[in-house]
Design a binder for this molecule. Structure first.
Ligand code: ADP
Ligand code: MG
Length: 692
């Protein structure tokens, strides 16, 4: 398949099948200067775009590396079968009416898949591929790109987004644009893996609506990290969680979108949230590359822009290092006493229009400890104004960057103020023309994260494929607190000493446990006990037990009497949640009754590691409490990490049954921890505790 996809992406022969759309493909191939053979298949015409037509696939002079099939659904399936039979490399299926229509089209999509054999199939319901490296346009429409030597690939799930992307004119070096359509054949992870084998690909941008095979994506992303090809993803739409899942605290914290965040963060994939961010990020990563740190410097002619950069850099966690003594001295030599020297630098307009002085200023500024220097520069409108002075500034900046061997980018605060006519010369001089301060800073933050992920690639592992449920009849069994705690206890999770009682022996049970105790209602039907008055804490005597029990006797005739755990340093939540795409995921965070309010949690995909758990803990807002806040003692971190890893072991051991685990709260102390509440849900009516 991989080899056939390579044939399809860079074909020596292209067959086009159909009328108007096929003609458009030929036209685009002619325009871009495609050098291979073009074989139109059309029984009603003699030639298309100057190439002779064949009446049927059977008449073709050989097996084409690529075919663009632009006929309706039924003849598409037929043509795919014929092409597979003669050994074609791959096909683009333009026709719609397949799985994108839901149930109605699914059978036909399955027939298409059966017909394709081991050909690479793009689509159906898609536009196809633009390959600007080799000059191949399997594309039935206008596009706005040019040939180049190296650049980024974009893989887009939406056809219209891919058309719009093909019209970008913000100097993104675009090597490939692939519209995936329904992914009946080639899937996103396969595109990524094949593109990674092309040394000319500098970054891969993705527009995703969802991922069918998260584990395969994680393997491809890991390869990208190993090959040092940055991935940037615009992931839209949150998948709804399986409807059968009960709403525990844990699940409320880890929706599908959080799982995607966890996936991307784990594999050093930059997640962006708009099309401009996607384009600026792949541009930056292709032209400048990953950055060893998020330290930046900025130069502008005004304090206004300097302040915007400073504010937004801080918001993105980027730092602007102070000027080094030598850097300040060199700047002073050019700018004199009238300019206050700092990073960000407002160099005023005293030396405007003086290319040499500006060169000196930029050269001096680039001698700092920053990884990249931003020059904020908005060119005047070219239809009314003379840009000569601005061109000088850009040229001075590019020369300074080259002479210093420093990374430098020109950033327009408004995209329209950096049109291609002025951006292209900057690009040619080695300076990335960036559109928008915000987008540029997002790209820089991503470049630093990607660099960091690349350094730790050896420790990273792909995520495991979800284990299907052994009993997927939709029945969910919730274990009561006692059974849940007993199971978790088998995996080393400490819990308070407890005993089950009835209304009659509750007092005696409490006495033998020793006061103070907690009295709780025990019922697998009650998930949130406090909400219904089912928990009384700090019960200090026999009367207290009687009062508590009688107040909850309408809820159940079974009670849990538990030793009162001392006040912890932190109350945490620890849990597992199940998602159809991701399988089981671990959630940890700030716990207790306010858990939904604080939403302070981290999600870890499985398998996980000690280092990942430690890093997740350090990202929580409550991290300072764990370390010891304001003179207070910190918690037993090693014990906490072990408890989380034990829960991960538990998840792996029961992956075919677990729906949810909710340990909330987990009381964490200086010298240990205890789970004061736990609820487990499993997908099996008949399962009994201990037989999980
Ligand atoms: P719910 O079903 O409402 O979540 P919990 O068992 O979590 O019930 O109890 C509610 C609260 O009572 C907990 O958040 C905790 O603060 C306190 N609590 C419960 N059990 C204990 C215990 N053994 N020791 C100390 N406090 C407890
Ligand atoms: Mg609870």
């Amino acid at each position: 398949m991989n080899n056939n996809l390579k044939r399809l992406l860079n074909p020596r022969q292209i067959a086009v099948i159909g009328g108007a759309a096929a003609t458009a493909v030929v036209r685009q191939c002619n325009l871009i200067g495609y050098t291979g053979d073009i074989w139109p298949v059309n029984p009603k015409r003699n030639e298309i775009g100057g190439h002779r037509c064949y009446a049927t696939v059977a008449d073709l002079p050989g097996a084409p590396d690529a075919a663009f099939i632009a006929v309706p659904r039924e003849p598409t399936i037929e043509a795919v079968g014929q092409l597979a039979a003669i050994g074609a490399g791959g096909v683009v299926c333009y026709a719609s009416g397949f799985a994108e229509m839901g149930e109605a089209g699914r059978t036909d999509q399955a027939r298409l898949q059966a017909a394709m054999g081991d050909m690479a199939l793009i689509g159906p319901n898609c536009y196809g591929v633009l390959n600007y490296l080799d000059g191949v346009t399997l594309w039935p429409d206008e596009h706005g790109g040019k040939r180049l030597e190296r650049g980024a690939a974009i893989i887009a799930q939406s056809g219209n987004i891919s058309i719009s992307l093909s019209m970008q004119r913000r100097s993104v070096p675009l090597a490939y644009l692939i519209a995936t359509g329904n992914q009946a054949g080639v899937t996103v992870p396969e595109y990524i893996e094949t593109l990674l084998e092309d040394e000319r690909v500098t970054a891969v941008g993705l527009h995703l609506e969802g991922l069918d095979d998260v584990a395969a994506f994680s393997r491809a992303a890991l390869k990208a990290l190993q090959k040092r090809v940055p991935l940037v993803v615009l992931k839209t739409g949150a998948t709804a969680l399986g409807s059968q899942i009960t709403m525990s605290h844990t699940s409320s914290l880890a929706g599908a979108d959080t799982l995607y965040d966890a996936l991307f963060a784990r594999l050093g994939v930059l997640r962006v949230h708009s099309i401009p961010e996607l384009l600026e990020a792949i541009k930056f990563l292709s032209l400048v590359g990953p950055l060893p740190s998020g330290q930046i410097a900025s130069i502008s002619c005004s304090g206004g822009e300097a302040a915007i950069v400073a504010d937004r850099a801080a918001a993105h966690g980027l730092t602007m290092p102070s000027l080094l003594p030598e850097q300040a001295a060199n700047l002073h030599a050019v700018l004199g006493d009238r300019v206050a020297l700092s990073n960000p630098l407002d160099y005023h307009t005293y030396i405007w229009d003086d290319e040499e002085a500006q060169y000196g200023c930029f050269h001096a500024m680039m001698g700092g400890s920053q990884e990249v220097t931003l020059k904020i520069l908005d060119f005047p409108r070219l239809d009314m104004c003379d840009p000569a002075a601005w061109v000088k500034t850009g040229r001075a900046f590019a020369r300074a960057a080259t002479d210093r061997g420093a990374r430098g980018v020109v950033v327009a605060t408004m995209p329209e103020n950096l049109p291609e006519a002025v951006a292209e010369p900057l690009l040619a001089a080695g300076v990335a023309p960036m559109w928008g301060i915000e987008e540029c800073l997002v790209a820089i933050r991503g470049a630093a994260h990607i660099y960091a992920a690349q350094q730790t690639v050896a420790e990273k592992q792909p995520i495991s494929a979800p284990v299907p449920l052994a009993h997927a009849d939709g029945s969910i069994h919730t274990l009561n607190e006692v059974d849940s705690k007993a199971l978790l206890g088998q995996f080393g999770l400490p819990t308070p000493k407890r005993a089950v009682a009835t209304g009659e022996n509750a007092v005696a049970t409490a006495v033998s446990l020793g006061f103070p105790v907690v009295v709780k209602v025990l019922s697998s039907d009650i998930v949130h006990k406090s909400d219904v008055g089912g928990v009384v804490v700090n019960v200090r005597d026999e009367v207290g037990v009687k009062t508590a029990v009688s107040a909850m006797s309408h809820l159940s005739n079974q009670f849990l009497i538990e030793q009162m755990a001392p006040k912890p340093i932190v109350e945490m939540i620890l849990g597992l949640t199940r998602d159809p795409q991701f399988g089981l995921a671990l959630v940890l965070g700030a716990g207790g009754i306010l858990v939904e309010l604080f939403q302070d949690s981290q999600t870890l995909l499985l398998p996980t590691s000690r280092a990942e758990v430690e890093s997740a803990l350090s990202k929580l807002k409550i991290a300072p409490l764990l370390d010891g806040y304001r003179g207070q003692a910190g918690v037993d971190k090693a014990g906490l990490v072990t408890a989380v890893l034990n829960l991960a072991r538990f998840a792996e051991a029961h992956a075919d049954r677990l729906i949810e685990v909710d340990v909330n709260p987990l009381f964490v102390y200086e010298g240990g921890l205890t789970a004061v509440d736990a609820v487990i849900s499993i997908a099996d009516e008949k399962a009994r505790p201990g037989t999980l």
